[in-house]
Design a protein around this ligand. Structure first.
Ligand code: NAD
Length: 355
């Protein structure tokens, strides 16, 4: 580490957004430490130092924060029990989600504050990744007109325990700012997707799950299972844009929580059609009635972030899904033929990557 090199601690650096953030910070010449219970699944971490450890444990948090005689310039807190609707909306994982994620945030803030007090310094900016899931269900009943302005969060009524945990943790970060002056930054992410995100196994989110289902259609098959009636609305933000907005937020002096999302609202059926279009496949939809489809309508409202940071999304959903679909195709190919010839006939049966 050189004397004027900026330093960052990325918690949850083995996950989707965390591993992309590490790459971004390295491209900006930061010295980076990553912490997670696992290494990134899809590419080698670029972090200068990586601690494998559970942030529920105070000792792990204390050693993560140690940076010689110095404090980190920035901390990015992405570590959480996280997944798509099949993980966070079924109710089966609620106790773990709430306990683990609250504990991580409680540990980090307490230890960071004690560390600052010991060093008599308070310069570390800390970013917290909150979620659109904090917004009240009653403002998201009409799929065509959901209200997700930041100030619509109260009176609070999130539709999931995951959302309640995020809201509690937002408050926790804000109290450390008010009582101890910790420079906090909080984003409410709206459905972030893209390459190197979980795409199978039960924790994948809608864009990855749908790309996978379309990619795995065998020739002659057309049917895709879609949860719910397909008319529920959402918006999806491509990972590179999420990282850019997060970096801008960190560099700003904005303390209040802001939405980071896309305003290109689509129905889930339209998301499926977009994946089919980039794959150049004909599909039919089998709508399956499941209880865990989440709110009826959700869209980011970017008025505040446009005003505060001058940031807005720019990538179309089609462009982002094309990149994601191509990456998922490459993962399927790797699973079918680890370290082998990808021009093999069977791989071709799944169709070529989208142009
Ligand atoms: P992710 O699951 O890929 O990453 C989270 C990482 O945290 C994982 O690598 C996991 O191993 C790690 N982790 C969990 N418990 C840990 C522990 N006790 N100790 C150490 N590491 C632990 O999820 P992601 O999509 O990258 O999301 C990052 C953050 O952004 C999460 O807080 C998530 O709630 C939030 N968020 C994400 C989205 C999205 O669409 N991806 C939307 C809203 C909010």
């Amino acid at each position: 580490m050189t004397n004027h090199q900026k330093t960052a601690l990325v918690l949850g650096a083995g996950g989707f957004i965390g591993s992309h953030m590490v790459k971004r910070l390295k491209s900006e010449n930061y010295w980076v430490r990553g912490v997670d219970i696992k290494y990134p699944e899809f590419s080698e971490t670029l972090a200068d130092n990586f601690i494998i450890g559970d942030l529920n444990e105070v000792d792990v948090v204390i050693s993560s924060l140690k940076n010689g005689d110095n404090c980190f310039d920035e901390i990015y807190q992405f570590a959480a029990d996280m997944g798509g609707a099949g993980f966070i909306f079924t109710g089966e994982n609620d106790a773990n989600i709430m306990h683990n994620s609250c504990m991580i945030n409680l540990n980090i803030l307490k230890q960071l504050n004690e560390h600052n007090q010991k060093k008599k310094i308070n310069k570390t900016k800390i970013f917290y990744s909150s979620s659109a899931c904090i917004y009240p269900e009653h403002n998201q009943l009409d799929p065509d007109n959901p209200d997700c302005r930041e100030d619509s969060a109260y009176p609070a009524a999130p539709d999931s325990e995951y959302g309640w945990e995020k809201l509690f943790s937002e408050h926790l970060y804000l109290t450390y700012n008010r009582n101890f002056g910790l420079p906090v930054r909080i984003a409410r992410y709206h459905n972030i997707y893209g390459p190197e995100g979980t795409w199978e196994g039960g924790r994948e989110k809608a864009p990855a799950a749908i790309c996978r289902k379309v990619a795995q259609l065998q020739s002659g098959d057309t049917e895709i299972e879609v949860w719910g009636d397909g008319k529920q609305t959402r918006s999806f933000l491509y990972i590179d844009e999420c990282i850019e907005a997060t970096r801008r937020l960190m560099d700003s002096d904005c303390i209040e929580p802001v939405n980071i999302g896309s305003e290109e609202m689509v129905t889930i059926d339209q998301l499926v059609d977009t994946a089919a279009k980039v794959a150049n496949k004909k599909i039919t939809k089998d709508h399956v009635d499941v209880p865990h489809t989440g709110v009826r309508g959700r869209n980011s409202n970017n008025d505040l972030i446009r005003e505060k940071l001058g940031w807005d999304y720019s990538m179309t959903l089609e462009e982002g899904i094309r990149k994601t679909y191509n990456w998922i195709m490459s993962q399927i190919a790797k699973e079918m033929y680890p370290a082998s010839d990808l021009s093999n006939k069977k791989y071709k049966a799944y169709g070529n990557c989208a142009k």
